[in-house]
Ligand binder design. Structure first.
Ligand code: TYD
Length: 137
């Protein structure tokens, strides 16, 4: 993976047809730019709830909305903000380490995350001011 990558969408392509349905495949170091160490999914998130609200020291992720619409707002330590609407299960959002994110779900949306590291509570940055300090020289 290139250093200092920014959040960006990756097209994982779909195999199939409107008549028969589709399949999309994610593979280590092929269309996913890291070794997948963990997979998790979130569901039944009320529309009124904003999730995320953190960044990671060391974790890279690819996030899909496998069902429904998910809005992901990202921000770098330098304050570069970008908003992504995930509304297509063949499109993944690559989020590198050190990006703050807020996540809003449509009714019954399901988020699937491919993660480059095992779960570590110490990898989370949950204090926004501390996160922004990482961008000051
Ligand atoms: P969190 O990452 O804060 O979720 P979100 O960003 O969607 O708001 O995780 C929510 C809870 O789940 C938190 O208590 C930690 C726990 N958790 C694990 O135990 N293992 C994991 O791999 C993840 C992603 C979360």
């Amino acid at each position: 993976m290139k250093l200092f990558e920014k959040p960006h969408l990756i097209d994982f392509q779909s195999i199939g047809s409107r008549d028969l349905g589709y399949i999309t495949v994610a593979e280590n170091n092929k269309n996913v730019p890291f070794d997948i160490k963990r997979v998790y999914w979130t569901y039944y998130t009320p529309q009124s709830v904003k999730r995320g609200g953190h960044a990671h020291h060391n974790l890279n992720q690819v996030i899909f909305s496998v069902s429904g619409n998910i809005t992901l707002n990202t921000e770098s330590v330098k304050g570069e903000k970008k908003s992504f609407l995930l509304d297509n299960p063949q499109i993944g959002l690559f989020i590198p380490k050190l990006y703050w994110r807020d996540i809003v779900f449509s009714h019954s949306a399901v988020l699937l995350c491919l993660a480059s590291e095992p779960y570590s509570i110490d990898d989370y940055i949950r204090n926004y001011d501390q996160f922004k300090l990482l961008g000051t020289p």
